[in-house]
Design a protein around this ligand. Structure first.
Ligand SMILES: Nc1nc2c(ncn2[C@@H]2O[C@H](COP(=O)(O)OP(=O)(O)OP(=O)(O)O)[C@@H](O)[C@H]2O)c(=O)[nH]1
Length: 226
């Protein structure tokens, strides 16, 4: 099943899993945020995405791919998320998907140590790609999913928290299967980080712009006086 929903629409699903598309009123929109949900295979990327979009856990997700949009009020501010549930896609490289995103949800399964093991290099790659675009603050949330399977736990909460702390990321442990609230907190937390990063970028551009203008004025004055 491949669901494709056009950008700038907010999506939810009918009980028989068909997408319902509704357009949010432009007057209420304050911020848009592109989010890439990524991580190893079978960790619950689609489960988290669909939980956030529909509040529901379906169980099996097939080939859900494409970008889904969903608006949410965070602290009185309406945020329109465009969420890319990361799959191998021959039409775009990982680098392109990183460039597109304003924020990242990096998912591992608490029962799968290998899925946790790849995260450090993934964070480093994302940061290096964004730094090449002069973006210093990169909003990243690390999510340990499948918390309900505690009898099969292979990664402790402490390890997840320490990794996030050492990489300047936010950390959550959730169960997409069990509850909506944890998933909601993930997107809330990310939205805050994206807002801060956008503000920092704006301020940086502002200062850089002033410095550029002043340099140009002084350069002109120097050539005039020669
Ligand atoms: N017990 C439990 N199972 C989960 C949870 N989240 C996802 N699953 C199951 O894990 C399997 C993989 O979930 P997906 O959401 O398809 O994972 P994915 O990372 O999108 O998978 P790929 O796109 O195939 O890499 C499915 O059988 C889900 O039902 C969870 O929180 N708890």
């Amino acid at each position: 099943m491949v669901l494709r929903i056009p950008l700038r629409r907010s999506a939810s699903f009918t009980p028989d899993h068909r997408p319902v598309v509704e357009v949010p009123s432009p007057a209420t929109l304050k911020m848009e945020a592109n989010v890439l949900v990524t991580g190893a295979d079978r960790v619950g990327k689609s489960a988290l995405t669909v939980r956030f979009l529909t509040r529901r856990f379906i169980g099996e997700y097939g080939d859900i791919e494409s970008i889904y949009s969903h608006s949410l009020a965070v602290e009185g501010r309406e945020i329109l998320f465009h969420i890319w549930d990361d799959q191998t896609d021959e039409n775009s490289t990982e680098e392109k998907r990183i460039q597109w995103a304003d924020g990242f949800v990096l998912v591992y399964s608490i029962c799968d140590r290998a899925s946790f093991g790849i995260l450090r290099s993934k964070v480093q790659f994302i940061k290096a790609t964004k730094e090449a675009l002069s973006q210093e603050k990169v909003p990243i949330v690390i999510v340990g999913n499948k918390r309900d399977l505690h009898h099969r736990r292979a990664v402790s909460s402490e390890e997840g928290r320490l990794l996030a702390l050492s990489m300047d990321c936010e950390f959550y442990e959730v169960s997409a299967a069990e509850a909506y609230h944890g998933t909601l907190m993930v997107f809330h937390g990310l939205a805050e980080r994206i807002r801060e990063a956008k503000l920092a970028l704006k301020k940086g551009t502002g200062i850089r712009g002033i410095v550029k203008t002043m340099s140009a004025v002084f350069a002109r004055k120097r050539t005039d006086s020669l």
